[in-house]
Design a binder for this molecule. Structure first.
Ligand SMILES: Cc1cc2nc3c(=O)[nH]c(=O)nc-3n(C[C@H](O)[C@H](O)[C@H](O)COP(=O)(O)OP(=O)(O)OC[C@H]3O[C@@H](n4cnc5c(N)ncnc54)[C@H](O)[C@@H]3O)c2cc1C
Length: 301
C-alpha cells in the first residue's frame, strides 16, 4: 500500500486531520487502537458546540463524518513500527497491515498516571479528575480535595481555590516545604498529610477519603497532580526531539517535528491538553501537510 499520509491515532487530533486531508483528496490511512485518553469520562466540557457530549458519542459522530471521504480509510489496529524509507516512511501495524506513506502524523495522545490509592479507578473520570479546565467548574460550592505528593498537591490546592472555596490538600504521607505550607495558610487551605488508605463512593461519585490514621474526610471530588507519559514510543523511534516534560517539540506554525515529514497533533506535544486544542492542532498539521504536497507538485510556491 502506498499512500500520502498515515495518521497514527484516531482521537480528536487524528480525526480532525483526517477530515481536512480527506477534503484535500489525499490518500490517508488512519490507524487507531481505541484507547482514547478521556474514555473514563462521561462528558466533554469546554468544547464549543459540543458541550457535555460523551467522549464516545463525540468520536462516533466524527468517525461518521469521515465516511463521506473515500480517500480516507480507518483501521482499528496499533501501529507498531515506522521507519524512514526511500520515498517516505514504511509502517507496520499489529494486524499485519504494512505500507509506505509520504508523511506521518502522530496523534497518539498521552496516558495519565493515576494516584496509587485503593478505589481510585472506580471514581476516575466522574469525581476523581486531573484537569481543572475540564471539570473544575462543576464543583464550585462543593467540598473537594487536592492530591499530590510533597509540594505538588499543595500547589494544586492553591490553584483550585480559584474554582472552589472548600479545598483540603492531601499529601499522602509526604512532607511539604515551608514555602508551600505558608501558601496553604495564606489561602486558608487545611493540609492532611497522613497516608491515604482508600477513597470511597458509589456509582463513580466520591463520598469520602479514608486515611491510615485520623478521621475520614467527606469530599465530593478529588483532583490530582501526578504525571503522564506518551501513549506511543513512535516519536522516540523516529528520533523526534522531546522537551523537558517529554512532549514532542514542534514548529508552532506547521506542527512538523524535528524529523522532516513527521508531524504531531494533540496531546503528544503536551501543550494545551484539551479536545479543542487537539482538533485545532490536527487541522493545522493537515493544512501544513497539504501545503507541502502542493509545493512538491508545483501547485504553489
Ligand atoms: C478523564 C479525562 C477527562 C477529560 N475531560 C476533558 C474535557 O472535559 N474537555 C477537554 O477538552 N479535554 C478533556 N480531557 C483531555 C482530552 O481527553 C485530550 O486532550 C484529548 O483526548 C486529546 O486528543 P488526542 O487526539 O491528542 O489524543 P487521544 O484522544 O488520547 O487519542 C489518541 C488515540 O491514539 C491511539 N493510539 C496511541 N498510540 C497508537 C498506536 N501506536 N497505534 C494506533 N493508535 C494509537 C489511542 O488508542 C487513542 O485512541 C480529558 C482527559 C481525561 C483523561
Amino acid at each position: 500500500m502506498k499512500i500520502d499520509v498515515v495518521i497514527v491515532g484516531g482521537g480528536p487530533a487524528g480525526l480532525s486531520a483526517a477530515l481536512i486531508l480527506g477534503r484535500c483528496h489525499r490518500q490517508v490511512l488512519l490507524c487507531d487502537d481505541e484507547q482514547p485518553r478521556n474514555r473514563a469520562s462521561h462528558a466533554i466540557h469546554g468544547l464549543l458546540g459540543r458541550e457535555g457530549r460523551s467522549p464516545s458519542a463525540f468520536l462516533g459522530e466524527a468517525r461518521q463524518e469521515l465516511t463521506r471521504y473515500k480517500s480516507v480509510s480507518i483501521r482499528w489496529t496499533r501501529v507498531n513500527d515506522i521507519t524512514p524509507a526511500d520515498e517516505g516512511f514504511e509502517f507496520t501495524c499489529a494486524d499485519g497491515t504494512t505500507g509506505i506513506a509520504s508523511k506521518v502524523l502522530l496523534a497518539t495522545g498521552i496516558v495519565d498516571e493515576l494516584p496509587e490509592i485503593a478505589g481510585v479507578e472506580a471514581l476516575y473520570g466522574v469525581s476523581v479528575h486531573h484537569c481543572l479546565y475540564c471539570d473544575g467548574f462543576e464543583y464550585a460550592g462543593k467540598p473537594v480535595a487536592a492530591f499530590g505528593k510533597g509540594d505538588e498537591g499543595a500547589d494544586l490546592a492553591v490553584m483550585m481555590k480559584h474554582w472552589m472555596a472548600d479545598v483540603v490538600a492531601c499529601s499522602d504521607g509526604t512532607e511539604i516545604s515551608a514555602d508551600a505550607a505558608r501558601k496553604l495558610k495564606q489561602h486558608g487551605i487545611p493540609l492532611r498529610n497522613e497516608p491515604i488508605a482508600s477513597v470511597e463512593g458509589a456509582e463513580g461519585v466520591l463520598t469520602k477519603i479514608r486515611f491510615k490514621s485520623g478521621p475520614d474526610l467527606d469530599r465530593a471530588a478529588l483532583f490530582f497532580s501526578t504525571g503522564c507519559h506518551q501513549a506511543s514510543d513512535l516519536s522516540e523511534l523516529l528520533g523526534c526531539k522531546r522537551d523537558r516534560k517529554g512532549g514532542v517539540v514542534t514548529d508552532s506554525a506547521t506542527e512538523e517535528t524535528s524529523v522532516p515529514g513527521v508531524y504531531v497533533a494533540g496531546d503528544v506535544s503536551r501543550d494545551v491538553l484539551l479536545v479543542a486544542a487537539a482538533i485545532a492542532e490536527g487541522a493545522k498539521a493537515a493544512v501544513a501537510i497539504n501545503k507541502a504536497f502542493l509545493l512538491r507538485d508545483g501547485f504553489c510556491e
